[in-house]
Structures are given as structure tokens and as C-alpha cells.
Design a protein. Structure first.
Length: 132
């Protein structure tokens, strides 16, 4: 019988989460916190961030810290490569503010998603478009 443990030496282990702070009503500012957590070696490189304000009339109005200049706001779908440093066992945090014009029909829930991928340093910082 064999039992193995998977592990990496000297590599970052990144994960992402997005949380709504408080409550979000149509026409109000909605505050989200995006956290890129690292449970491995320090990461210093580029991240492709995809931020999607789904639903009816969802618009991203600001992101802190500031995004690269050509990642323009307001938008309902942000795809941007940004430089990120996440220390070992640390967190890199972004604050996102958006608004919704209305609540979706049906169960009254809107969907707000985020994705992040590490990308090679040859990918330029700034606006990025994912294609099928």
C-alpha cells in the first residue's frame, strides 16, 4: 500500500474571495471587498482580474487601490492585468464600489462574480480582453 502527500516547495498558493459589505439596494452604492489570499511562498507578479457586475444595470464605479490607467471605469465588466504583491501567508485586498439600477426578476438576487489568474510578466499591465 502507498500513501502520498502533495506539496509544493517555494510556490505561492493563491485563492480569491469576494464579499458584499452590508446590503445592496437599487440605486445605492454597493461595497465589495476582493481578497487574494496566499498560503504559500510570496507572490510578486501580474494578476488578470475579471470583475463582473451581473444583473440589471450593474456598474463598477470605483476600485481601490487604483487600477492601471487604461482599465477604465465605469463599466459592468472589468478585465484588467494588474501588478500584485501578496506576502507569504498574506492577503492583497481590493475595494470595489458599484451600483445596480434594479433587482433581477425572479428570486430578487443579483449575481456579482470575480476571477483571478496569474499571468506571465510578458503580459502587459492594463486592460485585457478574454476571447473564446
Amino acid at each position: 500500500h502507498t500513501s502520498c502527500a502533495e506539496f509544493q516547495i517555494g510556490k505561492p498558493k493563491l485563492s480569491i474571495s469576494k464579499i458584499l459589505e452590508g446590503t445592496c439596494f437599487p440605486g445605492d452604492s454597493c461595497d465589495f471587498v476582493i481578497s487574494i489570499s496566499n498560503q504559500g511562498a510570496a507572490y510578486n507578479g501580474n494578476i488578470l482580474l475579471g470583475e463582473f457586475m451581473g444583473g440589471t444595470g450593474g456598474v463598477i464605479t470605483s476600485v481601490t487601490p487604483a487600477l492601471p490607467a487604461d482599465c477604465t471605469l465605469p463599466t459592468n465588466e472589468l478585465q484588467c492585468v494588474l501588478p500584485v504583491t501578496v506576502p507569504e501567508n498574506g492577503v492583497y485586498t481590493l475595494s470595489v464600489v458599484g451600483t445596480y439600477d434594479a433587482i433581477m426578476a425572479g428570486d430578487g438576487h443579483n449575481r456579482n462574480c470575480v476571477m483571478a489568474y496569474t499571468v506571465p510578466s510578458i503580459v502587459p499591465v492594463g486592460s485585457f480582453e478574454l476571447v473564446d
